[in-house]
Every structure is written in structure tokens, then in C-alpha cells.
Write a protein that binds this ligand. Structure first.
Ligand code: FMN
Ligand code: SF4
Length: 481
């Protein structure tokens, strides 16, 4: 992962921790009610893909155990990882693209209800993404993938396509690259990737017709499986975020000015709401800042927030960065990963940082979104995430108007009992995340995600289910209050 050149080391500071009475009296542990959104406390475990589904996208015992383990800490809500809404092979990523997935997902719901004694609300993140290929060998790219145009044949001064390929293959790669346009050069260096602006591709052109129904079908399945609601994934590098992006210049009324860029996200929301009705929670996760040149900034996010709230969304969860645009070049045979560049750092900042540090980088932009939502007359709850791990640190954000709910991703992975320990006045037993991103490295390789603080501990304990090679336990050791 990219790191800021300053490389200033930061250490998480969890304490001072509250007594049980202080915790109980704090805003953090007060219930929240907004429409169908009812939280027992104002804490949240945001979506984290742990790579535990089958290759067909089905729930496994390991998926059930993973969510049950978070639920034992009794956070206000857990959002199940990004789950695919299309019935297409996408590796061990959960899917909700057909009714056959409902029984498996119901097992997750039941396990979370049981483990949290019904205290934790459960949402599922619904994702759509476009096709991406691995970075090719130059020989494969020039020999097969590159589309040879008449202009390229002419520029190379050869008679036909076969001769053009032969000529390019005979050149040093740098010289051959000079004959490519920017898009083909990117496909050679990073691997081919579809964009929402690829209007020459019929299925991309048709996304505004296809996606509302796909999201609505997926949300109906989530409801059938017993989830309390859905989180529409409008963040990071995926389809819906790309529609919102300032880089989206589609000429069909779904790109260009903000009004057009938000059109499909609002249509998707409308279709989902129509399908699931008013009693199911429907919110979205989107970017408070894309953190890329030419992308959306905090002002765009604030404007979108007021529109989403006005449309009736039940919550707005803000993330940051995580784009393909500035991702590092993958090795040949690997796919590009949107968390390897500076915008990826903004999404999951680690302990070597710059003057801003890794804790709370998304706070000012999130506060701007909430302020815009309130100024527009809506009290839609706003969820803040990014480097949160301490009680006072997180509480301050609830008290100073930054957000209504605090989300802890890696800190929950490091210690899923954070919420319970803090509430019981036993914060000094919290295992603090070190923000070294071992977990994120596993995610990048699509390996089962675990935390380095506990994955080699008590491997022979009865609760220690291990990964395929038996070296790591898959969930945090039990904590007995
Ligand atoms: C292993 C891992 C997987 C993640 N998967 C998702 C995901 O599926 N959807 C999503 O919106 N964010 C995902 N994230 C981002 C987190 O939800 C969160 O926004 C980010 O880690 C910053 O919060 P933190 O500093 O509390 O970890 C993931 C993060 C990690 C570490
Ligand atoms: S591996 Fe554990 S300690 Fe390291 S960043 Fe991830 S959650 Fe934190």
C-alpha cells in the first residue's frame, strides 16, 4: 500500500476509558431512532469483506461464525460485507443475486440475532461492479487483446492486422506503448477495466435501465432473509460511485453536472424503496471525498447528502477514497486493487502517516455532509468511519455534531468485544488495533482476512476454527465478561 512520504509513526491511544456508569450515561450508548432505523447504541461495524464465501458466493459456516463473533460484542449495527447483486462468477464474494442465496443469508441473520440477544441490527451492503481483467503479459496484450484499428495499421505502415501485431511484438515494449492511446496504455499497464463512461459497450450504456431492478431484487431477498435493512454501496471504485464521480461525463443525462450524476443513485434508491416498503432500513455508503484529481470533493458530498436525505434514505454512511484512478501498478497476472494508491490510503490509513495522521481523516468532510443535511432540514443519521478506536475520541464526534453513529472497522476486527468492554467499564481490556494493515494485505490477495493480534493465539482452544492450512484461527478468541 502507498504511504505518505513523511512516514510519521502514530500509536493508537484508546484510553482513558469510562467507568460502566460513565459509558451508560454517554451519548454513545443511548438508543437512536429515525424512521425504521432503531439502534440500541450509536455504534456500527461497517462492511468488511473477509473472503469466506464459496466460489459460488454462498454463505459458509465461516461466514456465519465471522458475523456471530462481531455480534457477541453487541454493536448497534453490523453491515455485512459487499455482496454482489448480479448472478455472475466473482470469486469468494458473497452474492444475493438469486433466491437460492436466501437460506444461507438467513443463517447469518439468525446467528447475529442469537449472539447479540437481538440487540444488534443487521444490514447487508449491496454492490455492483464492472468487469476488470488481470494485468496481461505484453505478448498477450499485443498478440491478442489490443484492438487493431485502421489508423494504427496506417501509422505502423503495415498491410493488415497480423502484420501490425507482429510489428508491435518485435518492438521494445516502451516503443510499442508509444503507439497506444491513453486507454490502451492503461489496459497494458494495469489490466483492462470497464468504465461507466464506456458508452460503446451496450451493457454499460444500459446500466441506468438494468441497475434499479437488480438492486431492488437484491433488497427484496435481503428482506426475505430477515435483514433489518440494506446499505447501497455507492462508495469506492465500484459502479454507483463511478456514476456519482465528477469524472463521469456520460452524455445520456446520467453524467456531467451533479444533478445528472446523482440521477441513477436516486433511481436505484427509489426502486429499492418501492420494493421493500417503508419498514425496511435503506441507506447508502458513499464518499465524503474521492481523494483523486478531478474527482468529487467534500462540497459534492455535502450536496449529494442533502439530496439523499431528501429522497428519504434512512442513513448516510461516509467513507473516503479507494479508487482505481491512482492505484499502484499490479504485477503481471494480478488485478488492479483500488486501495494501493494515495486514495486507497485515505480509505484505510495506516500508522505511518503525514501531519494529518491516520485517525479521523474523514471527520471534517463527514461533518460537512451532516451540516448540509441538517441545513436542508433533514435529521437523517450520519455514520463516520476511519481510524476510530478510543472511547473519548469517538464520543467527541457524536457530541460535536460530526456524526450520529461511530463506525469502527479494523478496531472491531482487532477486538470485536470493544463495544461490550467499553460499556461494562472494562475498556482497559480492549485489544487496540495497531493500524499496520496486515488484514488489508490479506484482503488484497483475496485471502481469508484475520487480525495479526489474535490469529495465532490459542489455536487448540475449542472455539478455534482454523483456515485451510491450519495456521491461523478465523475469529477472535472468546472473551468472557
Ligand atoms: C479487510 C477489509 C475489508 C473491507 N471491505 C469493505 C467493504 O466490503 N465495503 C466497504 O464499504 N468498505 C470496506 N472496507 C473499509 C472499511 O469499512 C472502513 O471504511 C475502513 O477500513 C476505514 O475504517 P477503519 O479505520 O475503522 O478501519 C474494508 C476494510 C477492510 C480492512
Ligand atoms: S491486522 Fe489487526 S491490528 Fe493490524 S490493522 Fe488489521 S485489525 Fe488492526
Amino acid at each position: 500500500m502507498w504511504k505518505p512520504p513523511e512516514r510519521i509513526p502514530y500509536e493508537p491511544q484508546g484510553g482513558p476509558w469510562p467507568t460502566a456508569a460513565e459509558a451508560e450515561a454517554s451519548t454513545m450508548f443511548r438508543p437512536l431512532a429515525h424512521g425504521p432505523l432503531r439502534l440500541d447504541q450509536r455504534t456500527w461495524v461497517p462492511a468488511m469483506v473477509p473472503w469466506r464465501a464459496t466460489e459460488e458466493g454462498e454463505v459458509t459456516d465461516a461466514v456465519v461464525d465471522w458475523y456471530a463473533r462481531f455480534a457477541r460484542g453487541r454493536p448497534g449495527a453490523i453491515v455485512v460485507e459487499a455482496t454482489g447483486i448480479r448472478d455472475i462468477p466473482s470469486g469468494p464474494l458473497l452474492r444475493i443475486s438469486d433466491d437460492r442465496y436466501v437460506p444461507g443469508l438467513r443463517r447469518v441473520v439468525d446467528a447475529v440475532r442469537a449472539a447479540s440477544d437481538g440487540r444488534t441490527r443487521l444490514f447487508i451492503q449491496l454492490i455492483d461492479f464492472l468487469s476488470i481483467r488481470r494485468r496481461p503479459q505484453p505478448e498477450t496484450f499485443f498478440g491478442r487483446h489490443l484492438r487493431i484499428t485502421p489508423a494504427l495499421i496506417e501509422a505502423l505502415g503495415v498491410p493488415d492486422e497480423a502484420a501490425a501485431r507482429a510489428r508491435l511484438l518485435a518492438m521494445p515494449v516502451a516503443e510499442a506503448e508509444a503507439h497506444l492511446d491513453a486507454r490502451d496504455r492503461d489496459s497494458l499497464r494495469m489490466g483492462y477495466r470497464e468504465r461507466v463512461t464506456d458508452m460503446h459497450l451496450p451493457h454499460v450504456r444500459d446500466l441506468p435501465r438494468a441497475l434499479p431492478g437488480l438492486f431492488a431484487d437484491a433488497a427484496a431477498r435481503a428482506k426475505a432473509a430477515g435483514f433489518d435493512g440494506v446499505e447501497l454501496h455507492y462508495a469506492h471504485a465500484y459502479t454507483m460511485a463511478s456514476f456519482l464521480s465528477a469524472k463521469n461525463d456520460r452524455p445520456d443525462g446520467y453524467g456531467g453536472p451533479r444533478e445528472n450524476r446523482i440521477r441513477l443513485p436516486l433511481e436505484v434508491y427509489g426502486a429499492v424503496r418501492d420494493r421493500v416498503g417503508p419498514d425496511v432500513v435503506v441507506g447508502c455508503r458513499y464518499l465524503a471525498d474521492e481523494c483523486i484529481d478531478g474527482g468529487n470533493g467534500p462540497e459534492d458530498a455535502a450536496w449529494f447528502g442533502a439530496r439523499f436525505a431528501g429522497a428519504g434514505m434512512d442513513f448516510l454512511s461516509l467513507s473516503r477514497g479507494g479508487k482505481f484512478d491512482d492505484a499502484a501498478q499490479p504485477k503481471v497476472g494480478w488485478a488492479s486493487y483500488p486501495y494501493t494508491g494515495p486514495s486507497g490510503y485515505e480509505c484505510m490509513p495506516q500508522h505511518l502517516s503525514d501531519a494529518k495522521g491516520p485517525f479521523g481523516r474523514n471527520v471534517p468532510a463527514t461533518a460537512g455532509v451532516r451540516a448540509a443535511v441538517r441545513a436542508a432540514g433533514f435529521d437523517t443519521p450520519v455514520v463516520v468511519a476511519g481510524g476510530l478506536h478510543g472511547f473519548r475520541q469517538a464520543l467527541a464526534l457524536l457530541e460535536d455534531g460530526t456524526a450520529d453513529v461511530v463506525a469502527l472497522a479494523r478496531q472491531s476486527l482487532a477486538d470485536p468485544d470493544w463495544f461490550l468492554k467499553v460499556r461494562l467499564g472494562r475498556g482497559d481490556e480492549v485489544r487496540l488495533c495497531e493500524y499496520t494493515n496486515y488484514c488489508e494485505g490479506l484482503d488484497q490477495k483475496h485471502k481469508t482476512v484475520t487480525c495479526k493480534l489474535w490469529d495465532r493465539e490459542a489455536l487448540d482452544a475449542p472455539d478455534a476454527t482454523r483456515d485451510a492450512d491450519g495456521r491461523r484461527r478465523l475469529t477472535a478468541p472468546a472473551w468472557v465478561p
